[in-house]
Design a protein around this ligand. Structure first.
Ligand code: NJP
Length: 231
């Protein structure tokens, strides 16, 4: 097939693996991340089937511009992978209000921004697939993951309803709920540890790590394998 994939958070981790798998399958990819240079480097440089565009998903105007630019360059968007996200981890009472809002700004409102930018195009074509990367934390909550989990529960509630609105119009949806994957997700680069300066920090993170690990039978999953299943 020669479909066009627009992927958020493609500079590393699962999004990068999905981009690689799609490219390997002969598809065309618009890979986005805040750090376009990192995405470009990770994916081996741009070419006819790989377009790299900077996108912070919290910027709705930029999300619209990236969708329009992708369509201008390659004619269509067949698959949107709403993957970008991060975790605010730690005991809830240690978080500032700003940290909680930041979590929702990226994981929920950012994800909505990109879906809103792409859905009208898919509806007009009566064709398309929106893949939303949620989490096992979108199904069950756990100590140390309350804020992250709240954001993923919200994503699931929104997307389940939105998917039902889109389905009769020819646009399909897929919700993916991974457990622990071997990415940078639990590192300082990707997660924000709300309670890092408190003695509670280590315990909260240990509990959260054990919870997401358990979802995979205590074997962190290979993001490459998950990417291959999605593509
Ligand atoms: O995370 P990581 P994963 N706007 O940190 C980008 C879910 N999940 O691949 O912008 C746009 O390696 C960031 O790039 P950059 C998880 O919730 C994972 O593991 O340049 N992009 C990078 O490319 C998330 O939804 C696990 O910094 C933004 C990417 O996102 C998805 O899987 C378990 C951005 C993150 O790469 C991918 O996570 C689970 C923004 N504002 C769910 N902020 C797991 N790995 O264990 C970040 O249950 N990015």
């Amino acid at each position: 097939m020669d479909r066009v994939w627009l992927i958020t958070g493609a500079s590393r981790g699962l999004g990068c693996e999905i981009a690689r798998a799609a490219l390997d399958a002969g598809e065309t990819v618009a890979a986005t991340a805040r750090s376009a240079d990192a995405a470009r480097e990770a994916l081996g440089g741009e070419h006819g089937r790989l377009h790299v565009l900077p996108l912070d998903i919290t910027d709705a105007v930029a999300a619209n511009a990236v969708a329009a630019e992708t369509i201008k360059r390659v004619g269509a968007i067949d698959v949107l992978v709403n993957n970008a996200g991060y975790a605010e981890l730690g005991y809830f009472e240690t978080f500032s209000d700003a940290a909680v809002r930041r979590q929702f700004e990226v994981n929920l409102f950012g994800t909505m921004n990109v879906a809103r930018a792409v859905a009208p195009h898919m509806r007009a074509r009566r064709s398309g697939l929106i893949v939303t990367i949620s989490s096992v934390s979108g199904l069950v909550s756990n100590a140390g993951g309350a804020v992250y989990s709240a954001s993923k529960f919200a994503v699931e509630g929104w997307m389940e309803g939105f998917a039902q609105e889109l389905a009769p119009l020819g646009v399909r949806s897929l919700l993916v709920e991974p457990g622990m994957l071997r990415t940078d997700f639990m590192d300082r680069k990707s997660a924000n540890f709300g309670s890092i300066d408190t003695p509670d920090y280590a315990e909260a993170i240990t509990q959260y790590r054990a919870f997401v690990n358990e979802a995979n039978g205590n074997q962190p999953g290979d993001p490459r394998q998950l990417a291959a299943r999605i593509v």
